[in-house]
Structures are given as C-alpha cells and as structure tokens.
Design a protein around this ligand. Sequence first.
Ligand SMILES: [Zn+2]
Length: 428
Amino acid sequence: MIIKNVRILGGEPVSIRIADGVIAEVAPGMDAPEAIDGGGAIALPGLVDLHTHLREPGREDAETVQTGTQSAARGGYTAVHAMANTSPVADTAGVVEQVWRLGREHGLCDVHPVGAVTVGLEGRQLAELGAMADSAARVRVFSDDGKCVDDAVLMRRALEYVKAFDGVVAQHAQEPRLTSGAQMNEGVVSGRLGLTGWPAVAEEAIIARDCLLAAHVGSRLHVCHVSTAGSVEIIRWAKSKGWNVTAEVTPHHLLLTDDLVEESPVGAYNPIYKVNPPLRTRADVEALRAALADGTIDIVATDHAPHPVEDKETEWSAAAMGMVGLETALSVVQEAMVETGLLDWAGVAQRMSALPARIGRLPGQGRPLEAGEPANIMLYDPSARTKVDPSAFASKSRNTPYEGMTLPGRVVATFLRGRPTVLEGKLV
Ligand SMILES: [Zn+2]
C-alpha cells in the first residue's frame, strides 16, 4: 500500500509505502494505481493520549471502548490510556485485563488501561499494582485520576512500588480540604459570581509535595492536567534538579479561561465549562503555553471526559465536571500553539505522540515515520477551517466547549499499523 503526496512533519511531499503494518519505504514520487492520495496533508505519527476516560465498564451510557476509540481515531490517535475511574474501578488484574481485551476486540486504536493507585480510588490502601503490571494488560501508568492520592505515606509507597516495573504514578493534584465544595477557579470571577473558589494553591501544594517525594525515593512522577502558572514554576524547579518528573496540559487549559463561566456565547453559568481542574485565568493560559513550548510541560493529554446530556445540562452546582476532547485536540493545539508560532509540527508530534508514548512505555507508538517503524500514521490538513458540530462526533457524548466555534485543521486519515481507521475524515 502506498500513501502518496504527504508532508512528514510539514516537510517536502513524499510517498510512504507500507507492507505488513510497517513502513517499508519513504521516498518522493512513489505511486500505484490504488495509492491513497494524501492531497498534500501533513503526516504525523499517530497521536497517543495518556489521559482518556472511556467509561467502560459501568457508564456505557456516556462512552464505550468502541465509541471512545472511534472518537480517538477520528482525532488522529492510534493509542489511548484508559483511566481507572470506571465501575468497577480498574484496581485489579481482572478489570484491567477486561478493558485491555475490550480494546483488542472493539478498539479502533490501542487501549492501554491505567491502573488505580488505591483500592476503589478510596485513598486508603494500595491496589494490586504488581498484579496489574504483570497482567496481560501490562499496566505501566497508575492513577486515581478524578481523585488525588492525598495521603503522603500512600503516595510515597506507590512511587516506591512502581519502580520495580518501571511504572509511573500519574497524580491528579488536588488538595481535597482546600477544594471542598469548589465550583470554579478561585479568583475575581468566582468572587463576582458567588461560586465557591478552587484555589491554585490546592494544585500547587500537591505537585510540590509529590516532586519532593519522587526525588526522595528516586521514582517517576507524572503530573496530570497542570492548570496554573504556579504549578509550571514548581515543575520547572523540579526538572532543574534533574528529578524524574513529567507533566501534561489539556487542550482546553491552553485555550479557555474562567471568565467564560460569567460570559460566553452559550450564556452565563453554562456547565459546559465546568471541568476539573477548573479553567483558570489568561495569565495561567499564557504560562501553560510557554511551558509546553519550552518543554517544562512535556505533553498534551486530552482528559477526554464524556458525560451524558442529563449530567451536564443541569444547574451549575449539580453538573458533572469534564469535557470531551479527542476529536478536537489537535485543532485546539494548532490554534493555541502553532498559529501563535510557539510550536512547529515536529514539536506537536513530540508532545502529542513521541513523549506520551515514552512516558506510558509503549514501544510501538510515537515512533518517527521512517522505514522499519510501525505504520501508525495520521494525516492532517491544517489549512481547513471547521465549525465544531458535536452531533458529528463519534463519541457517545457531546459535552464540548467548542460547539459552534470555528477551529483550524481537519484530521484526514488515521492508520493503525497500516490499517486505515479513518479515511477522508470518516471512520472506516
Ligand atoms: Zn483528573
């Protein structure tokens, strides 16, 4: 099979020949009668998400492994990490193997289950980390995401434990006592609206503590969805020490701000903007962009969090927290990082494919598009302009904050080990 007329990382047009799921040759001018014409699209390695909520088992009304991976494929992803806060919680070898098997059977991309750090995400007792690591799912990323491992002793033990199998603890940094009842970012807007604030210090205090713990025990820490300028400063300091700390930012924290809660195209108090961690200020957004550009924040992760309509279209205080993100992620990153001159396409590929694959220890993903590498490829047309239409999403849920917005770019095709999962923007 030949994919012709594509520009790898935005370079000169070439053709990619694929055989047995592997890139056999990259060269200009190769053609064949049945070749797929990329039309000059940019070719990137298939995107890898370190932070996806697939909701199965337990909340199949919000998303399933099948619809979630369809959504991922449409966003250009060839691998996702499925977060552990399902029902039952993915805290045993049995549950992570179930999710892994669902991914193999129904997945349009590779599905790598994340294991819970503590039993039932309850923060009281370590889960069977070793058994999950040894299972068929070969779990390497552990997280209680949605909840913070706030007990310092448990966090220390988890960091010590995962060293045995080169795992990483991905922390949802949120000091629970400082955020009890919190509804949005604590600041000028929350004050005006009379909503309970979510202070930046609640995130920053946990990140600082965990960086120190990771250094103390010589282990690997990953910080989920960094949202404040202060968090960036702490991570920059930890990295300057040579500590093994990585971090992610979501597309929405690179683009949206907390004043949308007060005034937006969809009105005030619209829970479509309710998310954990909350949208922050313009100054935070600027700091997050700069940190992603200079490598302080390593990667973009979607925190794709599907919710059914009844859980989002309700009053602010009762609404569920979270946004879907897989199908808009690259467009938002283009808007926030590429159009602003902060990243080129090689930089995007690094932060949305190579580095997430490295942090998750996925050997066959995030590889350069070169002969001998697995043919995990996505094609993207950055010149397209698309009005976001949630009804066209492959995801079962529609809770996107970008509805009606015109965003740059369009995913043209996705190939998983040479097999097309998306062609001409549509699922195969
Ligand atoms: Zn989280």
